[in-house]
Design a protein around this ligand. Structure first.
Ligand SMILES: [Zn+2]
Length: 344
């Protein structure tokens, strides 16, 4: 089969489109014919190589896998070749206190498909049966792939952890990114007042089109000052962070009293200063978030089936153009998701 492989860590040029042996499913696994695989910023970290993710080389990246079951292992029951499926990306133990309480994303031995295992930048991928969720006919493969990880992450952050309410103000940083665009849509679905930041004038109408009430170009104005102005000095109830050290100190000053900052990433770096006076005098909450649960992904599939959420796809590219797709994401020229399609 064809796959995109990297043999050493580094830039986008390390992604090689080549022939590799087709995997064989284990007894409780299925082989999926990959119909679409979305690109996440996670793939870029994995390609570059960071200590948090130790992977064996050569490696096939790709966490957001959708496709059709091609083959089932001998002990697989209840699913069949030809079934349309979407893959829940977290491998977990089923036994720890977190798994037993439905928080697979906190499992003490959590691993991510496409990071700890070969992923979906390939014509075929093998995954455990327990990670399969049915993909309804009304959701096409590109959309199914595009909505997995980022919508799950944004939902877990805004709904489960920050408990965003319709009467609240929320600031979504980086609305042009996959996770940022998902957050704008989810916040709008809740009915909240959404302030979004983008780094490019051309992205302003795009952010408005997916639900942002106010859009701030952070390259042209101070987003913290503008956020305070837009909320008449009060600040927002929730800040949706994933940018990291570049924005963190200002993000905290955007919060209203009792406000919540929730973060899932640190694209610009992991270290940041926090003015503790803000934290205690304003009774702020700082919350970290990691992907999401299977239950949440099932909720999202339903919302998508009902037409309430629809991922914004920037581009769909053939699998062989994975390198170009990574370059587009690193240049921040995109708005929404990029999806790779293997040849049939
Ligand atoms: Zn566990």
């Amino acid at each position: 089969m064809h796959a995109v492989v990297f043999h050493e860590h580094g830039g986008p040029d390390k992604l090689v489109y080549q022939q590799v042996p087709q995997p064989t499913p284990g007894e409780r696994e299925v082989l999926i014919q990959v119909k679409a695989c979305a690109i996440n910023y996670l793939d870029i970290w994995v390609r570059k190589g960071i200590p948090a993710y130790r992977i064996s080389l050569p490696h096939i990246p790709g966490t957001d896998i959708v496709g059709v079951i091609a083959q089932t292992g001998s002990k697989v029951e209840g699913v069949h070749p030809g079934d349309r499926v979407l893959v829940y990306p977290i491998l977990h133990c089923h036994r720890c206190e977190y798994c037993l309480s439905g928080q697979e994303n906190l499992c003490t031995s959590v691993r991510v498909i496409g990071v700890a295992t070969d992923g979906g930048y390939a014509q075929y991928a093998r995954v455990p049966q327990e990670n399969l969720l049915p993909l309804p006919e009304s959701i096409n493969f590109e959309e199914g792939a595009a909505f997995g990880l980022v919508y799950l992450t944004a939902w877990h952050m805004l709904i489960t952890l920050a408990q965003l309410k319709p009467d609240q103000d929320v600031l979504v940083l980086g609305a042009g990114s996959g996770v940022g665009s998902a957050a704008v849509q989810i916040a709008k679905l809740v009915g909240a007042h959404v302030i979004a930041t983008v780094g490019d004038r051309e992205k302003i109408p795009k952010a408005q089109a997916i639900g942002a009430d106010e859009v701030v170009n952070h390259r042209e104005e101070d987003f913290a000052q503008r956020t305070r102005d837009l909320t008449r000095g009060r600040g927002v109830d929730v800040v949706f962070e994933h940018i990291g050290s570049e924005t963190w100190p200002k993000s905290i000053t955007c919060l209203a009293k009792n406000g919540t900052l929730v973060t899932c990433g640190a694209t610009t770096g992991p270290e940041a200063k926090t003015d503790l006076r803000y934290l205690f005098t304003r009774q702020l909450k700082l919350i970290g978030s990691y992907i999401g649960t299977r239950r949440e992904l099932m909720t999202l599939i339903k919302l998508m089936e009902q037409g309430k959420l629809r991922p914004h796809i920037h581009a769909v590219l053939p699998l062989g153009e994975a390198r170009k797709a990574h370059e587009m994401i690193e240049d921040r020229k995109h708005f929404g998701k990029l999806v790779l399609i293997p040849e049939a």
